[in-house]
Design a protein around this ligand. Structure first.
Ligand code: LFR
Length: 497
């Protein structure tokens, strides 16, 4: 076909959206047709995702996408494909009949506290890294499953499906695990790209709990009759595997040309790193907290999780909850006018991981290391964004050093690319040009992979990016000359001290 029309469903930590995309050799158009909130719920002391609300949001979005496609007079009078991505590591458990057991739990829930250390004691942290290449984040699926081991729910479980695969199962009746997201579980062998039967056995799980792997571009299956009836879509519309880990899709959506680049996929998290052809499994890499996740077409996403705009989002939520709602645009403008280099925090400190009163935690942190407590909300935002920029720069530098892969430019994609102050501070701290945008890199990456699977475009990852390059206009930020490297180094030294 000349072009195809696909729906890209992208679930994020605070909202989900369904985008309609038209993709062909000469066209790349993206429209948001539905957006819905994602509101985790605390119940019985546990933080749950409202997975059925998310499923309903996807169904509503697919109905809207079908309607919009028909109105646009697409060749097939409807959709040519559907792809789903979301954040990583979280899952649902299915019983022997395929029914969901309980409600999926958020990776920010505290039930994994101390579990990672226990698993490391049992299996050896260095050995884990040589097998999986994964950074030690307390919420990786491997630790969540270890926390669940022995519970009645886990005893009844016959399948573990990661969230995008769970939704795809409900749409199609087919079970499987998409590779890019499987690579975030801590149970995938990074070299062979298959489930680590060794780790699965060592942790006392049945191998059958883990579904057969699928790759981005594979066909998952047609819609069930019920779903087709409910959404008004043709039952033959295929659900396709995409980079179902949102970060994998976002990296596909980085509009890089031939330059040597680092990327920052900047949303609730900042995922900072490089695209490589081989994993880096050294001890130095492990100690620096770098991960080797699977990217499209056998690439390695060599990156580090930086806590990201989460600190800002939770601050906004806290102010709102205290009855003092803040306007983000106004606050960012005020923050830009604040003096710099006053106070800094390490956004990756575990105190910032759970939901809660971030301004209070930032203030405590500043007090603890003998810095002024930000005296206004604008000063607080300035401190958070400078801290984030510094963490971005640290990860960009470390990635280059650890992989022996120097870069000339940093591509910053995702919602954070709208935050001009953050982009500018990141350029300043990195001492490198930052190319910001597209905002919707994830949905674009999702749609491009579908379009290639459907034959509307061909080629390798770089060809997909060439297409992207022609249709998006990122914004460029150059490091400001007045922002001396010594000032940033001084900030970094405060954290080291
Ligand atoms: C980003 C992301 C990160 C992952 C974190 C938790 O949305 O997918 O890549 O580490 O969420 O799943």
């Amino acid at each position: 076909p000349q072009s195809v029309t696909v729906a890209a469903a992208d679930l994020g930590a605070s909202s989900g959206r369904v985008m309609l995309a038209r993709v062909g050799r000469d066209v790349l158009e993206l429209t948001e047709v539905h957006r819905f909130p994602n509101e985790p719920i605390q119940l019985g002391g546990t933080l749950h995702w409202d997975v059925l609300a998310l499923y309903r949001g996807v169904l509503d979005g697919l109905r809207a996408a079908g309607r919009a496609a028909r109105a646009g007079g697409t060749p097939r009078q409807g959709l040519d494909g559907i792809g789903i991505d979301s954040w990583a590591v979280d899952y649902g458990l299915l019983d022997a009949t395929g029914a969901l057991i309980g409600n999926p739990i958020s990776y920010r829930d505290r039930r994994t506290e101390g579990v990672m250390e226990r698993v490391h004691e049992q299996l050896g942290v260095a050995r884990l890294y040589t097998i999986t290449g994964l950074q030690n984040l307390p919420f990786n699926t491997i630790y969540q499953l270890a926390a669940a081991h022995g519970t009645p729910a886990a005893a009844a479980a016959r399948r573990m499906l990661l969230l995008p695969d769970l939704l795809a199962y409900w749409l199609t009746g087919r079970q499987g695990t998409e590779l890019t997201n499987a690579s975030t579980t801590g149970l995938l062998d990074a070299r062979s790209g298959t489930w680590s039967t060794e780790l699965i056995a060592a942790l006392g799980w049945d191998q059958q709990l883990f579904a057969p792997l699928r790759r981005p571009g594979d066909t998952i299956g047609p819609l069930t009759v019920d779903v087709a009836a409910h959404t008004g879509l043709d039952p033959t519309v295929p659900v396709l595997a995409v980079g179902s880990h949102d970060t994998a899709s976002a990296v596909v959506g980085v509009p890089a040309g031939d330059e040597r680049f680092a990327y920052i996929s900047c949303g609730t998290w900042s995922l900072v790193g490089l695209e490589l052809s081989e994993p880096v499994l050294t001890e130095a890499s492990r100690k620096a907290g770098f991960t080797n996740e699977a990217g499209l077409d056998g690439t390695v996403r060599y990156l580090r999780n930086v806590m990201g705009q989460w600190l800002l989002q939770e601050s906004m939520r806290t102010w709102q909850a205290h009855g003092e709602p803040a306007d983000l645009a106004a606050l960012l403008a005020e923050a830009a006018a604040q003096p710099g280099f006053v106070s800094v925090v390490d956004p990756d400190d575990p105190v910032f991981l759970p939901p809660g009163d971030m301004p209070a935690r930032v203030a405590d942190y500043c007090r603890r290391i003998g810095q002024p407590v930000p005296a206004s909300r604008a000063a607080m935002v300035r401190c958070i964004l400078e801290s984030l920029a510094l963490a971005h720069a640290r990860a960009v530098r470390q990635a280059q050093d650890l992989a022996g892969h120097p870069v000339d430019v940093v591509h910053l994609v995702g919602g954070g690319s709208r935050n001009e102050l953050l982009c500018q501070l990141t350029a300043d701290a990195c001492g490198l040009p930052v190319t910001a945008g597209p905002v919707e890199a994830t949905a674009l990456g999702n749609a491009l992979v579908q379009a290639r699977a459907l034959g509307a475009i061909t080629g390798e990852l770089r060809d997909l990016r060439t297409l992207l390059h022609r249709h998006v206009t990122p914004r460029r930020y150059l490091p400001r000359s007045g922002q001396s490297a010594t000032a940033w180094a001084g900030l970094a030294a405060r954290l080291a001290g």
